[in-house]
Design a protein. Sequence first.
Length: 128
Amino acid sequence: MRRIPPLPAVRVFEAAARHENFTLAAAELGMTQAAVSYQIKLLEERLGAPLFLRRPRALALSEAGQWLSPRVFGLAARLSGEGLLLAVALVFCFGFSYLAALAGLLNSFRMMKLKDPPKSSAAETVLG
């Protein structure tokens, strides 16, 4: 059975390969440089080959990284292209119906609480 690499690691590889810099990739993805490095390490372990040549103050794609990067870039381009349609299917079941009814009931209750309170309070009615 083929094991698909973790998609977050593939996304991180795409940014790191494009920038050839873990710090810039981290900034783009909203992650730390250590998290990027960890995701790359996971991907390298899964693939069984180093994807980057790590040198002091320099980073370059290895032979495996050079092979993988155009494929990942192509995939990223196809996924981010216009006209991409993401379909979500819901299976209706008792739990879904129950939660929908509960959400409607809670929303109705919330709307009742938001309405203006009566001008006279209960205390004024009893005392007055």
